[in-house]
Design a protein around this ligand. Structure first.
Ligand code: ZN
Length: 148
């Protein structure tokens, strides 16, 4: 049986307390805002896209430990990747947190710590908010996105 202690693994707690890339990005040429009204998570993702490449990505905002750690680790995971690679990574991450991962978990690297989220469906929106917001930023959507 998974329990909450297992969900909030050390690495998740550590990222939520000291999030990486937590700042406004002055060189951003794309940004998007995302809300998760169920939990109150609210983040802005700043993106520096050069052609197809994610040159830099940062975030700011407030949210629960899961959402903040997910945003922090997402910025680390997609920086330097292409838009297509980031989208594929999100697909695999989404499968992981919804319990549909099919043996391709190695490619997720550190993001694998979010596997426990699949035991807590209400937390899936927390874990995926930053990723949805990143997609909106990549696509240049103007309106804030919501998980509802
Ligand atoms: Zn949350």
């Amino acid at each position: 049986m998974s329990d909450l202690r297992e969900l909030y693994q050390d690495v998740i707690l550590e990222h939520s307390k000291a999030p990486r890339n937590y700042r406004e990005l002055k060189t951003a040429n794309h940004k998007a805002e995302g809300y998760n009204p169920l939990c109150g998570d609210h983040f802005t993702i700043y993106l520096d896209l050069e052609g197809d490449a994610i040159r830099d990505v940062t975030f700011q905002g407030t949210g629960c430990a899961i959402s903040k750690a997910s945003a922090s680790m997402m910025t680390q995971s997609v920086k330097g990747k292409s838009k297509e690679e980031a989208t594929k990574l999100f697909e695999r991450f989404h499968q992981l947190v919804t319990g549909e991962a099919n043996g391709d978990r190695d490619s997720l690297g550190k993001l694998d710590v979010f596997a426990g989220v699949s035991e807590f469906p209400v937390r899936v929106k927390c874990a995926t908010l930053a990723w949805h917001t990143l997609q909106a930023a990549i696509e240049g959507k103007q309106d804030p996105i919501s998980t509802e």
